[in-house]
Ligand binder design. Structure first.
Ligand SMILES: *[C@@H]1O[C@H](CO)[C@@H](O)[C@H](O)[C@H]1NC(C)=O
Ligand SMILES: *[C@@H]1O[C@H](CO)[C@@H](O)[C@H](O)[C@H]1NC(C)=O
Length: 303
């Protein structure tokens, strides 16, 4: 109850003081960068706007996140409190440094965004906004060859995945000649439960225009290459003993049966034609009555 009462008083003070002249201003870093899972700091200090006002006293500090209703932290010099877990002040406000920076422990993707810091002093008050940019590094991409048909003309596609990054990044495909195939691929950035992104790109392989190797490159949100993985299509073979790659259709294994069956069919057809001609001598006589022999019949036709 006490803290809620304090908070209402503070809000009243804030709005009442808005129009009054203030001799302090809050100076914040425009952007602060935080790593997912680590501690982040939103850096702000209170500065006097005039020399004679340098000996002011901080009476209250209110930190809010712009899209959130409740403040993250409310400090008041008699009765600190209304604090959410994970948020605290970087320094004791009573000391003369007037450092009102906010510490966020165990930074999450959802912490990314705009914050405001309001400071009430005995010589006036001021509010500033500052930004936290959360970053998380994408994992090395993995590439799988899949036989799931996505489009009618393709029989296989390469699927590249990289996850655990923030903000949203991108995957691009290159063949061994550094030609960019990204436009042929379908890309998806999924938000995982923890707010980080999973990037998935599927590159269909057209039967007659497949290269020996493809490289999947992960770009972070600044467009900077962070990882890459290359798949050699001819060299892919199931890892001995794992037996977990049943979903893969390996090009060498696909081509081999096609060639073998193809040559068998051609061979059988040739054999059939040969046997028909050879084993039925009477047949040749029956059709053109003036011929005794196929070769004679041919030359007779020509002359
Ligand atoms: C405020 O205090 C924190 C913790 O001591 C420090 O890291 C930070 O640099 C200080 N900020 C400024 C602007 O002095
Ligand atoms: C992108 O990667 C570069 C190089 O590692 C890094 O300096 C930059 O901060 C990263 N950007 C983001 C948004 O993660």
């Amino acid at each position: 109850m006490a803290s809620r009462g304090t908070f209402i008083i503070l809000i009243t003070v804030m709005f009442a003081a808005k129009s009054a002249q203030s001799f302090v201003k809050v100076d914040c870093e425009e952007t602060n960068v935080g790593q997912h899972g680590h501690q982040s700091m939103l850096k702000c200090v209170v500065q006097p706007t005039q020399d004679q006002a340098s000996d002011f006293e901080i009476q209250a500090i209110i930190w809010t996140k712009v899209e959130m209703e409740k403040p993250l932290l409310v400090y008041d010099n008699t009765d600190l409190k209304t604090m959410l877990q994970r948020y605290r002040l970087a320094e004791e406000p009573q000391n003369k440094k007037h450092n009102v920076s906010l510490l966020i422990t165990d930074t999450k993707a959802a912490d990314d965004g705009e914050y405001t810091c309001t400071v009430v002093t005995d010589v006036g008050d001021n509010t500033q906004t500052t930004r936290l940019t959360v970053r998380a590094i994408y994992s090395e991409p993995t590439i799988k060859l899949s036989n799931v048909k996505k489009t009618p003309n393709t029989d296989k596609s390469l699927i590249c995945k990289s996850e655990g990054g923030f903000p949203k990044g991108e995957l691009r495909w290159f063949d061994e000649h550094e030609v960019d195939w990204t436009k042929s691929a379908t890309f998806e950035a999924k938000k995982m439960e923890n707010g980080l992104f999973q990037l998935i790109s599927s590159l269909p392989l057209l039967p007659l225009s497949t290269f020996n190797s493809y490289t999947c490159v992960v770009f972070n949100s600044s467009g900077i290459e962070v990882h890459k993985t290359t798949i050699q299509l001819e060299q892919v073979s199931p890892e001995p003993g794992t037996g977990t790659r049943d979903d893969l259709i390996l090009p060498s294994k696909v081509v081999a049966p096609v060639v073998v069956i193809g040559s068998l069919i051609v061979g059988l057809l040739l054999l059939l034609v040969f046997l028909r001609r050879r084993s039925q001598p009477g047949h040749g006589h029956a059709v053109p009555s003036n011929d005794n022999d196929v070769e004679e019949g041919d030359s007779a036709m020509e002359s």
